[in-house]
Write a protein that binds this ligand. Structure first.
Ligand code: GLN
Length: 249
């Protein structure tokens, strides 16, 4: 089956508060690469106070990063939708959760002042920011599903994975989840948590395609093969970062 005449609704969680270091680019990339393949997209902005029922109209979810202050504002609202989001994630809705959003999916985020922002407990992980150092810079990680993942990270929180979750990749250069165990991000069902901003999707077309493919397969209940598109610019962007970090990709 081709993806002609298909459509996707993308729910963008907290676009005004959770959107740093270019994360808005993830939305733009998904729109554009869908357009090139003739897939119609509708973006729904899910701001604080949104009606939880809107979540069930979404085929794909995106949430970007933020600093602690914005995370605190979002926490209460997000928590009130915990069961709805958990249900969707457990049932395989694809999603991309970057940095602060990724931290939210875990059990908790302990801030540098010791205060805890409760997490949704969907991903088996926790995050703490105890050393007051930030993990900043370009990063490359290798991933079984998506080749080399390339992005930019900037976080104070260090994330530690539990037994019930797999890392998204293994750090080659950069810090990843915590700067120690070489893990980067996490993958659970079709949900991706990652520290990679930049934004991540323009430089990682395989990941962008995965999200679209899974969203279409879930919606249309059939196997989808995405039309190939030209990734020349993406390849060049990847090579520039790889060269900077002296990594062969
Ligand atoms: N506030 C979090 C931290 O510093 C998230 C940062 C981010 O999303 N870039 O760890």
């Amino acid at each position: 089956m081709t993806q002609n005449h298909k459509s996707l609704t993308i729910g963008w969680l907290y676009p005004t508060l959770m959107n740093v270091y270019g994360d808005i680019g993830n939305v733009k990339v998904l729109q554009k690469i869908c357009e090139w393949r003739g897939i119609e997209t509708k973006i729904i902005n899910l701001n604080v106070g949104f009606d939880y029922k809107l979540l069930t109209t979404c085929n794909l979810l995106l949430m970007g990063g933020a600093q602690d202050r914005q995370q605190e504002i979002v926490a209460k609202d997000l928590f009130s939708k915990k069961e709805n989001l958990k249900h969707l994630i457990e049932n395989g809705i694809p999603g991309l959760y970057v940095c602060g959003a990724y931290q939210f999916l875990g059990n908790y985020y302990k801030k540098s002042d010791g205060q805890i922002i409760k997490g949704l407990g969907i991903f088996d992980l926790y995050t703490q920011n105890l050393e007051n150092t930030r993990l900043i810079g370009n990063i490359i990680a290798s991933s079984e599903l998506f080749d080399k993942l390339i992005g930019f990270e900037n976080h104070g929180g260090k994330t530690y994975l539990g037994k019930n979750i797999k890392p998204l990749g293994k750090v080659i250069k950069g810090f990843g989840n915590n700067g120690n165990d070489q893990t980067e991000g996490a993958i659970y069902k079709n949900s991706i948590g990652t520290y990679l901003h930049g934004p991540i999707l323009p430089k990682n077309p395989k990941l962008a395609d995965f999200l679209i493919q899974k969203a279409l397969e879930n919606k249309y209940k059939t196997k989808i093969e995405l039309k190939k598109i030209d990734n020349q610019y993406e390849k060049e962007a990847r090579l520039i970062i790889a060269k900077k970090l002296k990594v062969t990709i």
